[in-house]
Write a protein that binds this ligand. Structure first.
Ligand code: CO
Length: 211
């Protein structure tokens, strides 16, 4: 009997054939270098694949995904991705893309002990606390989760702006940070229109002036 994982290897072989039929140099060309214009910060949720939902090909988006698309300033994994994307690949846009119905955000709104994950979800609880009056005014639970999804994306856009990596780039080039939310049930991306592109977009206390 075929194991479920074997299907993936077979799909891969088929995919290689298809690509090579269209362009015999496809992989040779991709292997030489990557020049993506975009850094994607998305949720690990299996239903939000960056390339598929944006109609982009390999080589176009540098990707970082974690539970609930968080930008945590002590996360060396994320910061390494950010530094490489900004300083080496020179991406022009950073996109934080959350999604409605996010399990991470939902869990953060609850009171169950999730073990180690508590520490990660704590960052979302902080966003909740900051906006708790507005959130508690929303009666429908699903609508409340989805509003926190949006507020969380906005907060992560701001967290990116607070990093020295982004602020250093802003000193001498264009770098836009966008906040989007993907609808699992519609397939559509909504731009929250919270783009940040210069130091003036950030409260003075978070600005470094000697970079
Ligand atoms: Co999610």
């Amino acid at each position: 009997m075929q194991q479920s994982y074997e299907r993936l290897i077979q799909n891969n072989a088929r995919w290689v054939e298809e690509k090579l039929q269209l362009d015999p140099d496809y992989f040779k060309r991709l292997s030489l270098k990557q020049t993506p214009d975009f850094l994607w910060v998305g949720c690990s949720d299996s239903r939000v694949p960056a390339n598929e939902i944006t109609g982009t090909d390999p080589g176009e988006i540098f990707v970082h995904r974690n539970i609930a698309n968080m930008v945590v300033h002590t996360d060396f994994n994320f910061l390494s991705v950010l530094q490489y994307a900004v300083e080496v690949l020179h991406v022009k846009h950073i996109i934080v893309c959350g999604h409605y119905g996010c399990g991470g955000v939902r869990a953060a709104m609850g009171h169950n002990n999730s073990g180690l994950v508590n520490k990660w979800l704590r960052n979302i609880k902080e966003v909740y606390e900051k906006h708790h009056v507005a959130l508690e005014g929303i009666v429908d639970e699903e609508a409340r989760v989805n509003r926190l999804v949006e507020l969380n994306v906005i907060e992560q856009v701001r967290n990116l702006a607070k990093t020295t990596i982004v602020q250093k780039a802003w000193k001498d080039r264009t770098l836009q940070i966008h906040g989007w939310v993907y609808g699992l049930d519609s397939g559509r991306i909504r731009d929250l229109q919270v783009m940040m592109h210069e130091i003036e977009d950030l409260e003075p206390i978070f600005r470094y002036d000697d970079l």
